[in-house]
Design a protein around this ligand. Structure first.
Ligand code: ATP
Length: 202
């Protein structure tokens, strides 16, 4: 599984539709200060479901939409699409048979955020599910940012465990367990309420 290309439009400094090709296993992005190198990493995080404006180096979620420059007006929508080479079938579930998987997120100024998997409308949850346990994800170890290595070295055992569980593919089962426990708790509460109503009727 390899990120093969990124399509950007209206995202931060990438106002015009742009396709970044990532042709090999090792690709460097170089350029002068402020040319948009870090914006491409923000784009990858954003599509994978990052919802914290701070983690995308902004103040509000709409800060990812191109907000104008001396020569261009602001635009109304940001869109990013990631294309993964999945020829080894490592990206899973119903999509494992696809040689290429595309994940797109679009956000408009009215706050509407939409996700697409291979061009079909999807929920945010479908996108996070796709990446759970693969090592990819908005805050995963696949993106190693400045200071992360020292944070890992200094991490407390329980923090380190989170990374190890993701690497071992356990985290997705833990997430399922958490959801199931929540559902059981809700059902118990509903049953208690039902008992109360029954007692009243009796
Ligand atoms: P450095 O080498 O200094 O780290 P960089 O190449 O990583 O720079 P980025 O941080 O990716 O640069 O890009 C910063 C540029 O993106 C700035 O010029 C900033 O004005 C522009 N920018 C960020 N958000 C928006 C936005 N919403 N609309 C328009 N431009 C934006």
């Amino acid at each position: 599984m390899r990120l093969a290309r990124i399509k950007l439009a209206g995202f931060k400094s990438f106002v015009d539709p742009t396709t970044l090709m990532l042709p090999g296993n090792r690709v460097g992005i170089v350029g002068p200060n402020g040319c948009g190198k870090s914006n491409t990493i923000d784009a990858v995080r954003w599509v994978m479901g990052e919802s914290s404006a701070k983690h995308l180096r902004g103040d509000s979620s709409e800060d990812v939409i191109f907000n104008g420059s001396a020569s261009r007006k602001p635009v109304g929508q940001a869109s990013i699409e990631l294309f993964f080479d999945n020829s080894e079938g490592r990206l899973g579930g119903e999509y494992s048979g696809f040689g290429e998987i595309s994940v797109r997120r679009a956000l408009s100024r009215d706050g509407q955020s939409k996700y697409y998997l291979n061009g079909q409308r999807a929920r945010k949850r479908d996108v996070t599910d796709l990446f759970l346990g693969t090592g990819l994800g908005p805050r995963s170890y696949a993106i190693i940012e400045q200071g992360m290595i020292s944070r890992l070295i200094e991490a407390r055992p329980e923090e380190l465990r989170v990374y190890l569980e993701e690497a071992a593919g356990i985290s997705k089962y833990k997430e399922r367990r958490r959801e199931t426990e929540n559902r059981i708790r809700h059902t118990r509460e509903n049953l208690e309420r039902l008992d109360d109503v029954r007692e009243e009727v009796d």
